[in-house]
Write a protein that binds this ligand. Structure first.
Ligand code: MSP
Length: 659
């Protein structure tokens, strides 16, 4: 096979928060595609990384009280961060680019100057609308109900000196690229782009900012930082060595590559990105593929909505491969899909535990039981194949080509569907051939039984090869059980029925995908999600201080006194109220009711010296009169309200006034 070079990328992720299952979906899909191309014997370069500049990151860092670099370092490199997640998910990227890497920074400066020297970047004044969370400029006509058309959030007016990229100059070429080539996939996205962005007229794009500093400075005018999208998009070529010496792969046949991206950033990748490359005189990507979103309850997951699904929790609970498989098997890659824990568990139980798991465990168990784990020579052929033999053989032999067709069209879900048709056919074959019945008379049926088991091992081997880009570790385990040697695990051998040596040793091993108890697992997930939500809450939160001023005379009208608790009891039929009998220094007992039973037991308070405001008008609660209010300090801790009565030194006499 010709040793083709294949370059594939994910978007580079914003390290503004921890990544969620939606980001994982995008990366796992790209990983499965990369592994598929490696399986085919191609030389693959798989790039992912992080997009670390921009106002959003600058603001977040400020909130966290750290520098922007410290902030992104923590999310990219730290525990539970981006790199750790990709390692956990068994992502096989060859390179990881951070846009704060020195080589990228200087490359962006160089290519910005190239475009400027060419006259494609010029200085002007930016007036318009800016969406800070999306780092996007919009014209009035592009807004949706006055808000950002991408995220729906409010935009702000912005006016400043800025550099512009002559995007308008490339409008016709971009239209042609979109309409008349297969550059943008799936095809359904083309219409969207042309109708929403090209037809209304492409305007020049503002590509620098002066209102914040966390970006790559324009080297010939350093009060400007490069617009974060111009900086980010070029990662796909700087990571190969374009305009830098860190790598020297740009001219080695990797570029152009394939950019896999989510649907909301297709505009940047299918309009701005090719126009930039046209300006630089560089080849355009082979394809940009815009996949759909994973939704939760029909809406987008987002940190601000508090509805993100944590891939760490799911991977730990169900296994990395099961999670990878679920993401690719369930949702057609170009469309949106609704995520749910129930669907995840159902998919694992049906496809992995029932169909694949049973096929492997029944086949290996029978090979062990009837043949001691090694089938006899000659078992690969059978003189008079029955219909079911022919059916299974034909379906499995043609699987690789059907799978390849689907994968080449960026349709991993269809490829998996083809594999599972064979797995289901193989399970049916077990029922049709009833090996346990054949085993009753080994003298008469032993050869037939061996052939049936060989066919099952062969079908399993072919499916195992084609599933390995999706579940690499589990397929290694599957091969170890079914005995397929290295040469029987290759792409070529996936199209060769009979490539499995007849006398391999088969060993029934651990259950590859145990069945999951849906109810129990859902309850555990809900508890874990609640705990994670709680852990993510700020440790201590206090109410903001009032800004409205109170004049001194008004303040002095409040009469605060030290009071001693003579008696305290819970108010009957009230879960909250305690009734206090207090010595307030007047010689007459004062009764105050206070709703603090959640924090204090009455007996613990007797004898304490507290602070009360004593000139509030009397108030009735549960039929009892309360004359004043005890003073407490309150704050929130991990989402829970905490209250502390203000207790003072017992040496302070009852009735002492606070001033
Ligand atoms: N930094 C930009 C990309 C720059 S590429 C030159 C960005 N980053 S992101 O972190 O917000 O998103 C990264 C990818 O994750 C995008 O492709 C986005 O579509 C994808 N996803 C984020 N949430 C998603 C879902 N809920 N579902 C599927 N993919 C989602 O955009």
């Amino acid at each position: 096979m010709e040793n083709k070079k294949f370059y594939i990328t994910t978007p580079i992720y914003y390290p503004s928060d921890k990544l969620h299952i939606g980001h994982t979906y995008c990366t796992v899909a790209t990983d499965a595609l990369a592994r598929y191309h490696r399986l085919k014997g191609e030389e693959v370069m798989f790039l992912t990384g992080t997009d670390e500049h921009g106002q959003k990151i600058e603001n977040k860092a400020k909130e966290a009280g750290v520098t922007p670099k410290e902030f992104v370092d923590r999310i990219v490199e730290g525990e539970g961060g981006v790199k750790a997640l990709w390692e956990l998910m068994n992502i096989s990227n060859d390179r990881f680019i951070r846009t704060t890497d020195d080589y990228h920074v200087s490359a962006v400066q160089k290519l910005f100057r190239k475009m400027y020297d060419k006259g494609d970047i010029y200085k002007g004044t930016y007036k318009g609308k800016y969406c800070t969370p999306c780092e996007s400029f919009w014209t009035e006509s592009q807004l949706k109900d006055g808000c950002c058309p991408d995220c729906g959030r409010p935009v702000v007016d912005a006016e400043e000196e800025a550099y512009f990229f002559r995007l308008s100059k490339y409008a016709d070429r971009i239209r042609d690229l979109l309409e008349n080539t297969d550059f943008l996939q799936p095809r359904s996205r083309v219409n969207e782009m042309v109708k929403n962005f090209i037809d209304p007229g492409l305007e020049d794009l503002c590509v620098s900012r002066t209102s914040f500093t966390w970006g790559i400075p324009v080297d010939f005018d350093p009060k400007h930082v490069v617009y974060v999208w111009l900086d980010a998009l070029t990662n796909y070529i700087t990571a190969l060595g374009y305009c830098n010496d860190r790598y020297d792969d740009y001219d080695k046949g990797w570029w152009p590559g394939v950019n896999i991206v989510g649907k909301e950033i297709v505009r940047f990748h299918s309009i701005i990105w090719p126009a930039m490359l046209m300006s630089l005189g560089e080849p355009l990507p082979k394809h940009v593929f815009g996949h759909g979103w994973l939704l939760l309850d029909g809406g987008k997951m987002s940190k601000s909505k508090g509805n993100v699904v944590d891939p760490y929790i799911l991977a730990e609970k169900f296994g990395v491969d099961a999670l990878r498989f679920f993401l690719m098997r369930t949702f057609p890659f170009g469309s949106d899909g609704n995520f749910s824990n129930e669907l995840l568990i159902q998919t694992i139980n049906t496809d992995l535990a029932n169909d694949l798991g049973n096929l492997v465990s029944r086949t290996t168990a029978m090979a062990g039981k009837y043949f001691g784990g090694t089938l006899p020579e000659g078992c690969g052929t059978w003189e008079a194949p029955e219909d079911c033999d022919k059916d299974l053989t034909a379906l499995a032999s043609g699987l690789r080509d059907r799978y390849e067709d689907a994968m080449e069209q960026f349709a991993p879900h269809k490829a998996l569907d083809e594999v599972f048709k064979v797995i289901q056919r193989a399970n049916k074959y077990i029922d049709e051939t009833a090996p346990w019945a054949l085993a009753k008379d080994m003298d008469a049926n032993g050869r037939r039984l061996a052939h049936v088991l060989y066919n099952l091992l062969e079908a399993t081997r072919i499916c195992g090869i084609l599933l390995s880009p999706f579940m690499p570790e589990s397929m290694e385990k599957l091969f170890a059980q079914t005995g397929a040697p290295a040469e029987g695990r290759t792409w070529d051998s996936a199209a060769q029925w009979g490539a499995l040596p007849e006398t391999v040793s088969v060993t029934k091993g651990e259950n590859l995908f145990p069945r999951i108890d849906m109810e129990k697992a859902i309850a555990e997930l809900e508890a874990a999600a609640a705990a994670a939500k709680k852990a993510a809450l700020p440790a201590v939160e206090v109410e903001p201080q009032l800004t409205e001023k109170v004049d001194f005379d008004t303040f002095c009208k409040s009469d605060f006194r030290a009071v001693k608790v003579k008696a305290c009891e819970a108010v009957k039929k009230s879960a909250k109220l305690l009734k206090f009998t207090l010595d307030d220094g007047t010689g007459v007992d004062r009764q105050i009711l206070s709703g603090i039973h959640a924090w204090y037991e009455p007996e613990d308070l007797v004898g304490k010296t507290l602070i009360a405001i004593v000139n509030l008008p009397p108030r009735k609660m549960m039929g009892l009169e309360s004359n004043g209010m005890l003073i407490s300090a309150v704050h929130t801790e991990k989402g829970e309200e905490c209250l502390h009565l203000i207790m003072v030194d017992d040496a302070i006499p009852a009735g002492a006034k606070l001033c």
